[in-house]
Design a protein around this ligand. Structure first.
Ligand code: SF4
Length: 319
């Protein structure tokens, strides 16, 4: 069998279902950046990285499986979920691999550019280098979104302003290209998401205006950029929960129903149930409306890809 990491899924008779519903192949999982609005707020566990050789094997096997069926993925497959893609950084052989290299795998094997939503490089050298490489080889990414928010731990510091402005300056050329992400064919390759509660909207808009100028955008162009939702999308903050319980963001929009369970139907943007492949090789079912993850088990054992022996890198924390 050419796609041998998927052998356990084939044996379980679930390969077609998993390929149909596949939404995530995690290069990295978990996050310690601690943005207030994020379900990862309060997560103290290390960021887990899939070794690059393992990721390469899994992604190429998944790509082969689609091709053998004469199909392509039905949606954009993300390389992260509650994590920041710019934190992917592993040693592989004698070199370092980052999220640009992950994107190259997506383009080569999955017939799509990688979709990235990031809170920015935080000025980390390798993360910024990954952004530069992505901007210089735009076919590798289907769309890159940069989230700017007062919920970021760095908000209010000169350093946050400087880092965000530098990231915008790197990505700004991608504003001139169209998105190739199948879920947003009318969008641009780069978009800023400005996320705040209604109470902090003015402060956030003021920050972004200033950051654009610091990034080198001509003052005369700033207003038109900010008024065009394909350049800058202004978004609300929902209480998606966190490791510490409810969201700590004051005035986050409550989406709990009478049962006390969160539910945010977003049929126009995403399918409710999606499969994810995790760094340990397990396959889990993600409820995208309820923000819950359910392990897939057969006979009491978790369904897990055959990833042992594919690794050459070591799992490490993001720095
Ligand atoms: S919003 Fe992104 S960067 Fe911030 S804590 Fe969540 S996953 Fe990490």
């Amino acid at each position: 069998m050419s796609f041998n990491t998927l052998a356990p899924v084939v044996r379980a008779g679930l390969l077609d279902e998993v390929l149909d519903g596949l939404g995530f192949i995690h290069a990295n999982d978990h996050c310690r950046r601690n943005c207030l609005h994020c379900p990862a707020f309060g997560d103290q566990s290390p960021v887990i990285m899939t070794p690059f050789a393992t990721l390469t094997k899994v992604v190429s096997d998944v790509g082969d499986a689609y091709r053998e069926r004469g199909r392509s993925p039905r949606r954009s497959i993300a390389s992260w979920r509650i994590s920041d893609p710019l934190d992917y950084l592993v040693r592989s052989g004698s070199g370092i691999r980052d999220t640009y290299d992950v994107g190259v795998l997506w383009r080569r094997y999955l017939d799509q550019g990688i979709y990235l939503v990031t809170n920015g490089s935080e000025g980390k050298r390798q993360a910024r280098e990954a952004l530069r490489r992505l901007a210089g080889d735009p076919e590798v990414a289907s769309q890159i979104k940069l989230t700017i928010t007062p919920c970021d731990q760095g908000w209010g510091t000169d350093r946050y302003l400087d880092n965000i402005a530098q990231d915008i300056a790197i990505l700004a050329p991608l504003w001139d290209l169209g998105s190739t992400r199948m879920e947003d064919p009318q969008g641009r390759r780069f978009r800023i998401n400005l996320k705040s509660t209604a109470e902090r909207r003015d402060e956030s808009l003021e920050f972004l205006e200033h950051a654009l100028v610091v990034a080198g955008v001509a003052r005369a162009k700033v207003e038109s950029l900010m008024e065009d939702s394909t350049h800058v999308a202004v978004k609300d903050i929902y209480d998606l929960g966190s490791y510490a319980g409810d969201s700590p963001v004051k005035q986050a929009i409550n989406i709990k129903g009478d049962s006390g369970r969160r539910f945010k139907p977003t049929a126009e943007a995403r399918t409710q149930y999606q499969y994810g492949i995790y760094p340990d090789g397990t396959i889990q079912m993600i409820d995208m409306y309820e923000f819950q993850v359910y392990p897939v088990a057969l006979g009491g054992e978790p369904l897990r890809l055959n990833v042992d022996g594919a690794a050459d890198g070591r799992t490490r924390r993001a720095s």
